[in-house]
Structures are given as structure tokens and as C-alpha cells.
Design a protein around this ligand. Sequence first.
Ligand code: MLT
Length: 240
Amino acid sequence: MNNAPTSIDVVLSPPEIDLLPQRDLAGSVAVVYDVLRATSTMITALAHGAAGIWPVRTIEEAWALKEMRSTALLGGERHGEKIEGFDLGNSPLEYRENIRGREIISTTTNGTIALRAVEHARTVLAGALLNTGAIAAHLAAQSVCEIVIVCAGTFREAALEDMLAAGMLVSLLPGLRRSDSAEAVLALYRQEERDIPGGLRRAKNGRALLAKGRAEEVEWCAQASLYPLLARMDGEGSAT
Ligand code: MLT
């Protein structure tokens, strides 16, 4: 008997994410999207052989974890730029070489915060456009009561790119009871699905990256279902 998921909800912005630690997610699968760029970078790193990703909230936490995992690489950003003393920034293009077999400790403005906000969920998956097909296939076969999609946002605002990815996932999971926010992202996705890269270029963080001459990163993150890969965060807090 396949008791597939029954309902799907979407958390749209950082102020809602602040409330997630108090939400009962024991029976839920949480899928966290930070398309530009944190989770796209994590999926790219794992697809290129990284051994695992440790998402942490603060720079201090990253350095402290580095003390315990000395061979791990430090990656992440503040204001979109590499953090002083770190090995890598947060561009997915940096995570396609020289990381095979390496663990990565990552801290970013929104993405790693969102991942930690749902660490108490039954299952936590890092989602990107790059692996949405794989996530949908996995979830369709799951016996779980609720799917909660978390859009990490940009600073304190909702991010268009995350809502588009959430809408794509909702569209690939028909037949579930959708919350209003799930209906809203589905409608948005239906409107934009013929030009997802265009949607990312219009998004606040997309425009910021373009202004810095990082168009290639935006195009990279806009690719849909490039990798048949799942990134699951385990009880210890590392995504593999
Ligand atoms: C974030 O986590 O806030 C984003 O991924 C930031 C970025 O990389 O631009």
C-alpha cells in the first residue's frame, strides 16, 4: 500500500522562517530552496564529488566546526562576497573542481539559516532548480504526511527565484492538498515556466549578480533537473 504524501505547504519568506523552529515538523519532509545561490552551490558541489556539506548559521560557528573537522573547506558569503580567510565563496562555478572527497562547511546569509531552521523535520532536503526533478520523484514515492517547501529568500524578503522553484516542485506533485501559498507559487510558475532564466534575471539577487558581471552564475542556477541527485541533511547537520 503506497500512502503517498497528502499535503504540501510553502513558507515564502524569512520572517515566516523565523517561526519554523516552533512548528511541529516531526512528520514532515522539508525542502529548502535558495536558488541564488546557496543550495544551487551545495547541489553542484555534491554533483562534483564533495563528501558532504555542513550548513551553519554564523562565521563563528564555521570556524569552530573547522577546529573539529580540520580537513574541511570553508565556503560561503556575506553580501555575496567570499568571507575573509575562507577557501571558497558561494558561486556554484567555484565548486566544480578540486572538491572531490572534501567536506565543505558553508555559511550564507539566507540559505544555511533556512536549512537549520528546519533541522527538526523528519527529513530535510536541499533543493535547487538543478535537482528538482529528482526531488519530485523521491517525494512521490515517500510515505509522509506533509511536504513543507521553504523559500530561503534574499535578506528579509521573499525571493522570486525560490518561489519559481517551489512552483516547479508543486507542479510535479499533482494530487496533493495545496495550501494557499502552494497554490500561489504554482500559479506563478505556470506564468513563468517558459522562461525561468528570465525570471531569475529579474529577481533582486539575480539583478545584483548581473550587476557584478556574474551572469554565468545566474544561468547555471537556472538549469532545471540537471542532476538526478538528492541532498539530505542528516541528524548531525551535514547534507550528503
Ligand atoms: C544566501 O544564502 O543568502 C544566498 O545564497 C546569498 C548569495 O549567494 O548570493
